[in-house]
Ligand binder design. Structure first.
Ligand code: GPV
Length: 832
């Protein structure tokens, strides 16, 4: 199996020697000081919320100290930096994270105890910063954590959404969306930087001017200008040496109005649009992996890219003036999917129209600056914008996109003379009834490197999505397998396991995760097995209490805790899990002695508000849960729990308690997955398909320590080529037929027959696009194997331990090391 890139490991726990540290007495004093003079309250009146704010403010003092030092150091060294452009950063909570990274968690806990306050309660007061949908946004958060930890100069750029991902309530089994207002009572981490406000033009028209020596000069007369106000969130690296920033742009109306445009007559009425500037950063689009095609979304994308580029260029010019020749040596911009791809023509616009560089020089700079990460092959997620929409909102950019395309197609003609089919396929412009701009093609053409997010995914990107680009530019397409930060996803969220690991192998693992492999030698050790499983048991008890509190459902903590947590998507196949649960239910009804270990199936998932079938699946899970949980014939064997409002902070409570991790996407559909890594790291055993990073997890843990089932990518392809007919399986598998027919009855929805029929229909008349029926039997067998493995206590303990031990590869520090080596070419900058 592929091994992590060797590197100098970042030393942990060597902090707190500088002035940026606190003793217990210092912390106490700082917290009380903030209680008094920042919050205007005192120890007797303060509630947990006030304690949270005061504690955060006390931490922020240290954070800002290190931030200033870091920024000074980076400035003095004129460092090359990576600029991570992402429409989403799913940060979750920051207080506990920052305390851990300053190695002050225990000290703060003790200090608050002396003040009569429980740190655990205080931490619960913090609203999640949910400025993202799922894996893509959380990946960005893990990456900026690793960048700071590894002392790499980096800045995250994104949008300061007023409302993050909606809060989910469940009413009568169905999802209801409520607004998320994470800043309602103020956010202690963010700093407004009015001195760095940027202005962004929109709409209007382009004027063509002819200068001396016949040079054509373009001038964009915008119809509207909005203001971008930057808010900085400090990102504390583990060890708290480097503190980088996440800079998020908030839109505001500009005081400045372009009177030129207003006065230019005819154009104004035709071209000027009135958008409420404030609406741009109002709300995060809740669609995960679906291209919305909405104007406001394009404006959001352009807004944050334009602000960020201006910010980067301002900083570059401070050091290098008008000399553009070193720009791409100093600046690398990573595009997190195509959401920020409009930055490519925007940089060209700045270089050609404003800096007046010639096209080739500008393109030389531009195409050495950008790199692009692809996160999916699902066609519905590949962004395409109508040409006429870009034309209206960004009239100059559409011209530039056409020019990029024209020059690119000249290259295609050289490589494949006369091949118009090839040109049509590779063109940035899709010549459909409604002409579209393909943002994926634009991103590949405008970037010097393109990567997928797991080995299999990157292979499919090369072979199926962009095969011609691979031929045209061999070596441009590469892989960087995703990773997760072990600080949040083990050290902070699972203190009991972290302590046990520390006792066994020392405390260096959070910044050097491959060290966990040292646990392997204890995998057969009875004492260690007992200790490990005792920690798991404690974590299950804590989750059981949370389940009781959230849902009223009592669960047996001796049961297998089987967890599927991720966005609700057909391709992720929560409904395959549900079919299996229903099959178990039937087996128990038909045979009360059916031999199975008690199992609690736990789900967490949000559905996009407009994704009807996804919402139907949530409804079905809840209805089946109601029935099973209240059926005394089976509820000592099976329970089903749907925990509402799945989010980062809930994941932190669920993951440490998992025995089983469900990673059951149709092979070829999940680019990587990252929840799979988090669960395995915490000692859950995966039941999964050979998809995304599951394949690499299986390589690391070995076939004996994972339950793989289902079709491979090749088998899926073969079956769809041959023609897949779910009815064949329906008529041939009696149990599966009975389960599907059950969905048509009113058994789970008394008085409402057919309330779950849409689900059945999707898997039969709907063609079962994700092949649940084809994989059902194999899934059922894997579940049986899992069940008997669990009942063999030492065997299971060994599996669980080895899952934790073998996750070293999946630290996001390794992902970042790979990006640095293969793409970014950065060097760490020590901050003293
Ligand atoms: I594109 N991903 C996501 O969460 N949202 C998106 O809009 C798109 C991709 C996810 C993939 O589905 C996961 O497989 C992957 O692990 C994650 O991005 C991070 O790469």
């Amino acid at each position: 199996s592929s091994k992590a890139t060797p590197r100098k490991s970042v030393k942990a726990q060597t902090i707190n020697t500088s002035e940026a540290s606190y003793s217990k007495a210092d912390i106490k004093q700082a917290i009380v000081r903030h209680l008094h003079s920042t919050l205007g309250t005192d120890e007797n009146k303060a509630d947990n919320h006030a304690w949270w704010k005061a504690t955060s403010a006390a931490m922020q003092e240290l954070v800002l100290e290190r931030l200033r030092t870091t920024q000074k150091t980076h400035y003095m060294n004129d460092t090359r930096a990576v600029h991570y452009f992402s429409a989403e950063f799913l940060m979750g909570r920051l207080l506990s994270n920052n305390m851990h990274n300053f190695n002050l968690f225990e000290t703060a806990d003790a200090a608050l105890k002396e003040l009569g306050v429980e740190l655990a309660d205080v931490l619960e007061e913090e609203p999640d910063m949910a400025l993202g949908n799922g894996g893509l946004g959380r990946l960005a958060a893990c990456f900026i954590d690793s960048l700071a930890t590894m002392e790499l100069p980096a800045i995250g750029y994104g949008i300061h959404y007023e409302h993050g991902l909606f809060r989910q309530e469940i009413k009568n089994g169905a999802q209801i969306e409520r607004p998320d207002s994470w800043r309602d009572y103020g956010n202690p981490w963010e700093i407004c930087r009015p001195e760095s406000i940027q202005e962004v033009p929109l709409f209007g028209y382009v004027e063509t001017k002819y200068g001396e020596n016949g040079r054509v000069q373009k001038e964009w007369h915008p119809g509207n200008i909005v203001k971008g106000v930057p808010w900085d969130i400090p990102i504390v690296g583990y060890g708290a040496k480097t503190v980088n920033v996440l800079r998020l742009w908030q839109s505001e109306s500009s005081d400045y109005f372009n009177w030129d445009v207003f006065n230019s007559g005819g154009y104004v009425d035709a071209q000027r649009e009135n958008i409420q500037a404030e609406t741009i950063s109002k709300v995060l689009y809740p669609n995960d992996e679906t291209e919305a095609g909405k104007e406001l979304r394009l404006i959001q994308q352009y807004f944050f890219c334009a602000c960020s580029l201006k910010d980067i260029i301002r900083r570059y010019k401070r050091a290098h003036g008008d000399d553009w020749s070193r720009f791409s040596e100093q600046v690398v911009i990573q595009l997190n999917d195509t959401h920020p791809a409009i930055a490519i023509p925007e940089l060209m616009r700045i270089l050609v129209d404003r800096a007046e560089l010639d096209w080739d020089t500008a393109w030389g700079i531009c195409s050495k600056t950008f790199a692009y990460t692809n996160h999916t092959l699902l066609p519905e997620a590949l962004e395409r914008w109508p040409v006429r929409m870009i034309e209206k909102i960004l009239p100059r950019h559409i011209e530039i996109i056409y020019e990029i395309n024209h020059r690119f197609l000249t290259l295609v003609e050289k490589k494949w003379p006369g091949d118009n089919v090839m040109k049509a396929k590779l063109s940035i412009i899709e010549e459909s009834t409604e002409k579209m701009v393909r943002m994926g093609n634009l991103s590949v053409i405008g970037s010097f490197a393109v990567n997928g997010v797991a080995e299999i995914h990157s292979k499919l990107v090369k072979e199926n999505l962009f095969p011609e680009f691979e031929e045209l530019w061999p070596g441009k397409l590469t892989n960087v397998t995703n990773g997760i930060t072990p600080r949040r996803w083990l050290k902070a969220c699972n203190p009991l396991l972290s302590e046990l690991i520390g006792k066994k192998i020392g405390d260096d693992w959070p910044s050097d995760l491959p060290r966990l492999d040292k646990l392997s030698e204890f995998a057969d050790n009875k004492t260690f097995q007992n200790q490990f499983m005792k920690v798991k048991q404690k974590n299950k008890e804590a989750l059981a209490a949370e389940i009781k509190h959230q849902t009223g459902i009592s669960v047996d903590t001796k049961a297998i805790f089987d967890i599927q947590i991720k966005r609700l998507h057909e391709y992720k196949r929560q409904h395959l899990n549900l079919l299996h649960i229903m099959a178990l239910y039937r087996r128990l009804l038909e045979n009360p002695d059916y031999d199975m270990h008690p199992r609690v199936f736990i789900f967490g998932a949000k559905a996009a508000p407009g994704y009807t079938l996804a919402k139907d699946i949530i409804f079905a899970i809840n209805k089946v849960a109601d029935k099973i949980n209240n059926d005394p014939r089976v509820n000592h064997k099976i329970k089903v729990v749907f925990l509402p409002n799945y989010r980062v902070s809930l994941a932190e409570k669920m993951i440490p308690a998992a025995d089983v991790s469900q990673q059951i996407s149709t092979a070829g559909k999940e680019a990587s997955g990252t929840g799979n890594m988090k669960l395995a790291l915490n000692g859950a055993v995966t039941i999964g398909t050979l998809d995304g990073a599951n394949i690499e997890i299986a390589e690391e843990v070995g076939d004996d320590n994972i339950f793989i089932f289902g079709m491979t990518v090749d088998e899926v392809t073969k079956l769809s080529t041959k023609g897949y007919n779910p009815y064949d399986i329906y008529y041939q598998n009696k149990e599966l037929k009975a389960v599907l027919d059950w969905l048509d009855s009113d058994y789970f929805t008394p008085g409402q027959p057919g309330a779950l029929s849409s689900l059945k229909n999707s898997m039969l008349s709907g063609g079962d696009p994700y092949m649940c029926l084809a994989d059902f039997e194999s899934y059922s067998e894997a579940n049986k194997a899992l069940d008997s493995a669990y009942r063999d206590k030492p065997r299971w303990a060994k599996m669980a331990i080895l899952n934790t031990a073998k996750m070293g590869k999946f630290t996001s520090d390794r992902s970042i090391a790979d990006y640095v080596e293969r793409i970014w070419k950065l060097t760490p900058c020590e901050v003293n």
